[in-house]
Design a protein around this ligand. Structure first.
Ligand SMILES: NC(=O)c1ccc[n+]([C@@H]2O[C@H](COP(=O)([O-])OP(=O)(O)OC[C@H]3O[C@@H](n4cnc5c(N)ncnc54)[C@H](O)[C@@H]3O)[C@@H](O)[C@H]2O)c1
Length: 448
């Protein structure tokens, strides 16, 4: 057998047994840039909070640079990554470490995400970006467009790790295989409520160890208040993500996970229209209660359908009086002409219509199921080292969903039904189009 067709371990064994010198191999054959055995050089931006959830995976690679606006987070991070250089401004890190890094993992607050994704991809870095990957429609489109140009060489993953729960694949199979008959509508909801009156009032001054200007980053300046930083690790996002300049509320928080459960099954393209309603508009704070509805064009296996998102204890109509959708908390539902499929992240329940024959739907045999995703973070690491297209939540798939969710907030602010042109990224309403983008502070352009 030619060495190229031998499994690597057997080749190494046979090479050493025959005394064949590995040095004679053309560079790149076994230990080259894309060899699975090579460790990635990674920059981790945002080292505490959600950043901690990535340590176990990242400790198997070379983390060469760390960035955080809070210097007090470095000592613990350096215990895990002792050889890393530290930065407090990700723009400086990306410039200084350009030659040293292959990839970026970003766990900063949401208002930096599209910027960091774009600056990193402009430098040809693979990107793992915590959800949501953007705040606005135009940011989501810019991230996705850049990724689509570079997808043959860059691996991207949006941080919706629940996507790897096998239930996501089973739900997709059931919807595609007609468990509910012909699909008529899809719904997702989340019952979290985080009401706030407005941006926090000025309290005290930032400690010398906190680079507050960098924390504000591209967004308009708001006065310092320690409450923005008072949450526990991994949940501090609940201190800032409801404010328009820092997040998108539940659309980008749990919505990024829960909508993914529906989006994964729908095989969707750009919506053609959107409408939304909810709490009275507050210029500081995203709505607690909101519902948004998108018209999704037909595709090869289903007709045109309406996709709906509900948040803040507003729910779609339950299929049965004895089922309390609030009890599901974060869930998805698919309605068809033969029944309803209800799902949370890890379980699902099919309710065939009274007239439907339950025997009409036969679950796929194991060998025909969508394959398991395995470890979600490892999926991205492996894609960086091997085939960059092999991630399940790349910036194409997730970018379109994020665009759709952000468009829901545009319709909510416009207070009317909007037609949407996915080719141009514009609605049919000039006033609403102003909500597709946001302004950035000097020094923080989206393209850098
Ligand atoms: N995938 C999930 O299940 C999940 C869970 C929680 C949070 N998240 C996401 O992770 C991100 C971070 O959430 P969090 O609760 O950890 O927030 P956080 O406020 O705790 O911030 C995380 C870290 O980033 C640092 N940081 C803040 N601004 C920075 C900047 N400009 N540059 C570098 N570092 C910066 C903070 O000091 C902190 O160490 C959010 O986007 C959130 O939506 C995802």
């Amino acid at each position: 057998m030619h060495p190229a067709t031998l499994p690597r371990r057997r080749f190494l064994q046979s090479a050493s047994a025959t005394g064949a010198g590995l040095l004679l191999l053309p560079s790149g054959t076994v230990f080259g840039q894309n060899a699975p055995s090579k460790k990635l050089n990674i920059a981790l931006i945002g080292v505490w909070g959600r950043g901690l959830a990535h340590y176990n995976t990242l400790m198997k690679e070379n983390v060469v640079a760390l960035c955080d606006v809070n210097e007090l987070r470095f000592p613990d991070a350096l215990k895990a990554f002792p050889n890393a250089r530290t930065y407090t401004d990700w723009r400086v890190l990306l410039d200084k470490e350009d030659k040293n890094i292959d990839a970026v993992v970003c766990c900063t607050p949401d208002h930096h995400h599209a910027h960091i994704a774009i600056w990193a991809m402009n430098r040809d870095k693979h990107v793992y970006m915590e959800k949501p990957i953007a705040l606005t429609v135009s940011e989501a489109r810019a991230v996705r467009a850049l990724y689509l140009k570079k997808r043959s060489k860059l691996a991207t993953q949006a941080g919706t790790q629940r996507h790897a729960i096998p239930n996501f694949q089973r739900v997709k199979e059931m919807v595609r295989d007609g468990a509910v008959g012909n699909l008529q509508g899809a719904f997702a909801w989340g019952n979290r409520q985080l009401p706030r009156p407005g941006y926090l009032p000025a309290v005290g001054t930032p400690p010398a160890t906190l680079h507050y200007d960098q924390w504000i980053g591209p967004s308009p300046m708001h006065p310092y208040n320690p409450d923005y930083f008072s949450g526990r690790a991994g949940a501090n996002c609940l201190q800032w993500n409801m404010f328009w300049d820092f997040g998108t509320g539940q659309v980008g928080d749990m919505g990024a996970h829960t909508m993914d459960l529906a989006w994964n099954a729908l095989d969707a393209t750009y919506p053609t229209s959107v409408e939304a309603s909810g709490d009275p508009f507050n210029p500081d704070v995203t709505p607690v209660k909101m519902q948004a509805h998108w018209q999704l064009p037909a595709n090869a296996w289903r007709p045109e359908i309406r996709l709906s998102w509900y948040q803040g204890k507003v729910f779609p109509t339950s299929p049965k009086k004895f089922i309390d959708l609030d009890g599901i908390g974060h869930g998805a539902m698919f309605k068809g002409n033969k029944g309803v499929l209800l799902s949370d992240f890890s379980t699902r329940m099919l309710i065939p219509d009274a007239k439907a024959d339950p025997a009409d739907y036969i679950p796929r045999p194991r060998e025909k199921q969508f394959p398991p995703i395995g470890d979600f973070q490892e999926e991205w690491i492996n894609a960086c080292k091997g085939d960059p297209t092999k991630t399940s939540c790349n910036f194409d798939y997730n970018g379109l969903m994020t665009e759709c969710m952000a468009l829901g907030l545009v319709a909510y602010r416009a207070g009317k039904r909007l037609k949407y042109d996915g080719q141009t990224g514009q609605t049919d309403d000039a006033a609403a189009n102003a909500f597709l983008t946001r302004a950035y502070r000097a020094g923080w352009p989206l393209q850098g």
